[in-house]
Design a protein around this ligand. Structure first.
Ligand code: ACO
Ligand code: KIV
Length: 525
């Protein structure tokens, strides 16, 4: 195979992505995300549209000054003021790019701009020339290119190259094209744009028909060497081409595309999460690569296959995109192989007859619960009523918190009963109320948990909604998930923490330190 063709990744999460309703970011958030994009290995970061607001100009300014390792681009209409605003905001950038655009399609020319073909062409040339007065790296975009007459598109692109454009972007602004059509258009433009070799061809696809990634890949086949995309596929309307999907398609199907990017794929999930946290826009569970279900398996036949060879149901390794591992979800569709494997990880090696008994109980429980957690499995094995299955129980909880000088330090005190009904009380301070609570529980039980993630969600509605807390901790290479439910989220959090601690103690994964304050409950009465 020849050397792979390098594909430039142009991320526009901070410009087109920010145009998604509800995705506006502050200047500080944009800078934080730009730094993450540079670390991810993005070639070009489109930082904003400086003419749109003072806030965006400030955001672009700080990104231009502080982010290194990626080209920083900004967008402008073919309008003197917009272009000059880009130049001023980009001052201090090590590698600045001005990106100018104008619509070329008949629909946009007539109804949006009220301009003839000749006038659009003149404006395009003016825009590129003015941008070139400021910087050497100028990108020209023909908005709504996929609904433009191909001969006129080639004419505008030729004029843009002659005026000094170094990148020619061919956007499918309304997500209208199909893979075979866009591939043919890129082939046509490469053959018909004058001095085409002086510029890099770029693709920018929207997802109105769910084809943005497929169309971007087809554009690469047609000769595009830059792909404009966003993390999580955010962007106008149905969004843009999702970077994580495109990058992994090129990686997984390397033999087919023979193309490579500079993206450090292990940073895809952390970057996706950072964007969700900043924008408050959650990623759908079944989203490819970065969705919670992307490497989760619930059905027995798949789990059985995965246990034999992960390649049976996974085309890429979760570790390669930033997940810690695949997830076997125990639910209504799971079979004996997955159950036996999970029980073994929890420290139970069951004979066939015992496994069959637990399996029957598991299936009955899974009919009632969407997901069967480790604690449920242990209760099935040990017998829900046995003291060993119950473990530590929370009897009292008090948490107080405050912030700043003069305020109370976040402090928690807890009282627990152990399996012999002896009472243990402990208190601790922490960085916040949950941290203090977990520290008090660790003292009381003698179990140190390395909490990897903590999440609270509402499971019912109304003022008295039940909150469900989920804690994920890793001990001895095994990931443990604990959950707890209560109308009080701190109590739910304590139950979730104890859910894991009890299981660790029961399975002897980590010897618990003997808590020092244990006294028989009767003595307190
Ligand atoms: C496909 C895309 O994603 S394009 C980028 C979309 N991004 C944005 O719109 C960024 C945010 N936009 C804004 O803040 C505002 O729209 C501004 C500041 C840019 C302009 O605001 P206003 O001056 O009030 O104009 P308004 O938004 O109402 O209309 C757009 C104007 O730009 C003109 N225009 C649109 N595209 C272009 C272009 N590429 N080149 C030159 N003029 C253009 C329109 O014809 C219209 O002109 P008119 O005011 O003379 O009728
Ligand atoms: C300005 C261009 C690149 C754009 O965002 C589009 O056409 O969708």
């Amino acid at each position: 195979m020849n050397e792979p063709t390098p594909i430039r990744i142009f991320d526009t999460s901070l410009r087109d992505g920010e145009q998604s309703p509800g995705c506006s970011m502050t200047a500080a958030q944009k800078l934080r995300f730009a730094l993450a994009l540079a670390e991810l290995g993005v070639d070009v970061i489109e930082a904003g549209f400086p003419a749109s607001s003072e806030a965006d100009r400030n955001a672009v300014r700080s990104i231009a000054r502080e982010v290194r390792g990626s080209t920083i681009a900004t967008l402008a209409r073919c309008h003197e003021g917009d272009i000059d605003a880009c130049a001023s905001a980009l001052e201090g950038a090590a590698a600045p790019r001005i990106h100018v655009f104008i619509s070329t399609s008949p629909l946009h020319r007539e109804h949006k701009l009220g301009l003839s073909r000749e006038q659009v062409l003149e404006r395009a040339v003016m825009g590129v020339e003015r941008a070139r007065r400021h910087v050497d790296d100028v990108e020209f975009s023909a908005e709504d290119a996929l609904r433009t007459e191909p001969d006129f598109l080639a004419e505008v692109c030729s004029a843009a190259v002659a005026a000094g454009a170094t990148t020619l972007n061919i956007p499918d602004t309304v997500g209208y094209t199909t893979p075979s059509e866009i591939r043919a258009l890129f082939e046509y433009l490469r053959a018909n744009v004058h001095d085409a070799e002086k510029a890099i061809f770029s693709t920018h696809c929207h997802n109105d028909l769910g084809l943005a990634v497929a169309n971007s890949l087809a554009a690469i086949e047609g000769g595009a060497r830059q792909v404009e995309c966003t993390i999580n596929g955010i962007g106008e309307r149905a969004g843009n081409c999702a970077m994580e999907e495109l990058v992994m398609a090129l990686r997984v199907r390397a033999h087919y595309y023979n193309a490579s990017t500079r993206i450090d794929s292990r940073r895809l999930v952390p970057t996706s999460r950072l964007l969700s946290r900043i924008t408050g826009m959650a990623v759908q569970r079944n989203k490819a690569v970065v969705g919670q279900n992307a490497f989760a398996h619930e059905s027995g036949i798949h789990q059985h296959g995965m246990l034999k060879h992960r390649g049976t149901y996974e085309i890429m390794r979760p570790e390669d995109v930033g997940w810690s591992q695949s997830q076997m979800v125990m639910g209504r569709h799971s079979g004996r192989a997955a159950l036996a494997d999970r029980l073994q990880a929890l420290g139970f090696n069951l004979e066939e007859a015992a496994l069959n008994r637990v399996f029957a109980g598991f299936k009955a429980l899974a009919e009632k619960k969407r997901e069967v957690f480790d604690g449920d499995l242990e209760a099935l094995v040990l017998g829900a009523d046995s003291a060993a299955a119950r473990g530590w129980r929370l009897t009292r909880l008090h948490v107080s918190t405050g912030a700043g000088e003069g305020d109370t330090l976040p402090t928690a005190s807890v009282q627990l009963l152990d399996t012999d009904d002896r009472s243990v009380s402990e208190a601790a301070v922490g960085d916040g109320p949950v941290h203090a609570l977990f520290a008090a529980l660790a003292r009381a039980t003698g179990v140190d948990l390395d909490v990897e993630s903590y999440h609270v969600s509402s499971v019912t509605t109304g003022d008295d909604a039940q909150g469900q807390a989920q804690v994920i901790a890793r001990v001895g290479g095994v990931e443990w998930t604990g959950s707890g439910t209560s109308t009080d989220i701190l109590e739910a959090s304590a139950h979730a923490w104890l859910d894991i601690a009890n299981r660790i103690v029961r399975t002897g994964r980590e010897p618990a330190r003997t808590p020092t304050h244990a006294v028989p409950a009767a003595a307190l009465a």
